[in-house]
Design a binder for this molecule. Sequence first.
Ligand SMILES: Nc1ncnc2c1ncn2[C@@H]1O[C@H](COP(=O)(O)OP(=O)(O)OP(=O)(O)O)[C@@H](O)[C@H]1O
Ligand SMILES: [Mg+2]
Ligand SMILES: [Mg+2]
Length: 525
Amino acid sequence: MRHVFSVLRSLTVTTLNPKIISFFSPSASRTMATQGRTYNDAIDALNSLQTPFAQIEARRKAGIRPDATSLREMRGYLARIGYSSSDLDQLNIIHVAGTKGKGSTCAFVDSILRQHRLREKIPRKIGLFTSPHLIAVRERIRIDSAPISENLFARYFFEVWDRLETNSATAAEQVEPGTKPIYARYLTLLSYHVFLSEGVDAAVYETGIGGEFDATNVVDRPVASGISTLGIDHVFVLGDTVDKIAWHKAGIMKPGSPAFTIEQVPAAAAVLRERAAEKGVDLRVLEVDPRLENVRIRPDAVFQKKNATLAVALAEAALSKLDPAFSVDRSKPLPKEFVDGLEQVVWRGRCEVKQEEGVTWHVDGAHTVDSLKMAARWFVDEAAGNKGPKVLIFNQQGRSEAVDFLDGLCNTVKKGDPAGKGFEHVIFCTNVTYAETGYKRDFVNHQHNPKDIQNMTAQRVFAEKWTALDPSAKVHVIPSIEEAINTARSLAEGLGEGQKVQALITGSLHLVGGALGILEQADAL
Ligand SMILES: Nc1ncnc2c1ncn2[C@@H]1O[C@H](COP(=O)(O)OP(=O)(O)OP(=O)(O)O)[C@@H](O)[C@H]1O
Ligand SMILES: [Mg+2]
Ligand SMILES: [Mg+2]
């Protein structure tokens, strides 16, 4: 491939700072700090539960996919820390699966419930469990919309840790004594412990991957289930067609609980219908809610109105159960707390615009083919009328199919420009946060091949692809998020009066979280 790069006139490659190489060494970063009990110790201990890259590869090669074992294991761990599935009923869980829009839908539901609570004191406490995190791990577990504090996180984290180590196994358990669940499952387990200990009485849960075998699927009696937009993602785990993927997501529907979805592609819709019929679940397929017409949903895009539609239905189902004074009347406008909840929601890193001298940053964590097209369209609309050069900062790590994300991104931006001009500069960086110090602790990731990051392998493939898609673009390959941002900033030098760089940062939430931390010079939390 080297010869290809030697002919790429406009390609710039910056080399990786040798100082950060130690961050990629498993032995350096996988130190367990269970003696200490601080938040940082908790994050180190949590990071030790990540499945290492080599193991993921081995499983992939052997074709091992998640199955019902993962749920038996979760129930075992739940028992080990002192709870049964029926204890989770106290949480009145609103469960959301989907390929895209899960987090946004959950944030809408949380925000509506929060407004209702402010007025009516019901629910008493609201839990929100989402993934992945943007800035810090503790963001995944929120109470009354705020990430739990570092102290609370550390305290509950080690309570779970100790219970797993010391509590004796019961005969019914499917887990080996002394073992611990992997990263995402541990966080799910922790969320149950936090919410039950803190007296949460309504909890919104986003699934991690899929639904049927997801760690969050130990709930038997959710208040309601919602399935957001289905598409293609996590192909290895869930299957390579939308009907196979829909089968997994449909696994969160439970007999006795209402289920909702929005309009889906036909193959997905058919599977959802079949699975609902099998389970005897009343699945309602929602058109965009006409009551949203005068509600300022941001961004003002169909996909977001679908998320909001789903959220309204889920919040209505939850409040109908929790608040005896609440009733739904679809012939009337939405109640004020619903409108306020939808309009005031904060869901960072999604369609966010930040201004600084010389650069307008457009930040969106899209990371599938479809959602990247949405993000590109949103960027085009936002940047319309601004004369400055368009710049893309993109990262994806560890997914070979990510190279196919680029076509839609490139073409959507070109098509959206009256002169057919695409991005002038395209910067591909790794997911390493800082040039000098490497990863922020909350972003340490053992699941990628360290060599690929060191050699910027994926970034070089992206660069090659982009040069083929748009030979006029200047393509840069850069080792860290920080340096990518500085490169975009440097492009503002010497711009004409009134011009600003129009930058789009997208491709992964990891990139977006790191970028927001850098742009705000502190934890954006
Ligand atoms: N309904 C949707 N259809 C398509 N794209 C969407 C939809 N909702 C959100 N997006 C896009 O996907 C990005 C991620 O949104 P969100 O966090 O809600 O999704 P998610 O399902 O939680 O994703 P993840 O797989 O990262 O957990 C958004 O920034 C937006 O660009
Ligand atoms: Mg996902
Ligand atoms: Mg999410």
